[in-house]
Design a protein around this ligand. Structure first.
Ligand code: 5GP
Length: 190
């Protein structure tokens, strides 16, 4: 995305850390011009997920074609199951053009790839403890046991990379976490 000048906010954290709920609340409650970049994925939609709101759900073929055309700012195969996730350059560029700060909810590998091309405010949402993370993943009950174990392994790896992020926020309650992140972002406002 050469020439892009808008503010980019990267929010990462293990799945089960409460990241999606925090990001949703942040976008509603923080009085900055924040917009969520909608990623593309090849994983199937979960119940209640909506095309174009949660993700652009693409077939493997469509994803591969877009990748070959260089349409992704970054893209990664996550969880070693063949599911691809990617940030669309067009989505981010359109938000910047309209004056928004673009929020990317992506994994650590994706964050590293983006940072190589564009400066960003980086925030890691930490579940607090490994036990808490496992409890939340199990409570969510959207994944089978193998998937939970894979997500915990990825989480363990990601938690070791927290130092790459400018801010680490322990998600004890969503309202507190949202306020903390909004305050951090406001300090980056011009
Ligand atoms: P989920 O399947 O639970 O929606 O997301 C799984 C993981 O994929 C999350 O950790 C999320 O941060 C990551 N993810 C979602 N979209 C993207 C993306 O566009 N790029 C990368 N690298 N990771 C993503």
């Amino acid at each position: 995305m050469p020439g892009a000048s808008g503010k980019l906010v990267i929010i990462s954290g293990p799945s089960g850390a409460g990241k999606s709920s925090v990001v949703r609340a942040l976008l509603k409650q923080c009085d900055l011009p924040l917009r969520l970049s909608i990623s593309a994925t090849t994983r199937p939609p979960r119940a209640h997920e909506v095309e174009g709101r949660d993700y652009y759900f693409l077939s493997q073929e469509e994803f591969a074609a877009r990748r070959a055309r260089g349409e992704f700012l970054e893209c990664k195969e996550v969880f070693g199951r063949g599911d691809w996730y990617g940030t669309l350059k067009s989505d981010v560029a359109a938000g910047f053009a309209q004056g928004f700060w673009m929020v990317l909810e992506i994994d650590v590998a994706g964050a590293i790839a983006v940072l190589a091309e564009h400066p960003a405010i980086t925030i890691f949402i930490d579940p607090g403890s490994r036990e808490e993370l496992e409890r939340r993943l199990r409570n969510r009950a959207t994944e089978d046991e193998a998937s939970i174990r894979r997500r915990l392994e990825v989480a363990d790896r990601e938690l070791q990379q927290i130092h790459l992020y400018q801010y680490r926020v322990v998600n004890e309650t969503i309202p507190d976490t949202v306020k903390t992140i909004c305050d951090i972002l406001k300090r980056h406002g011009d």
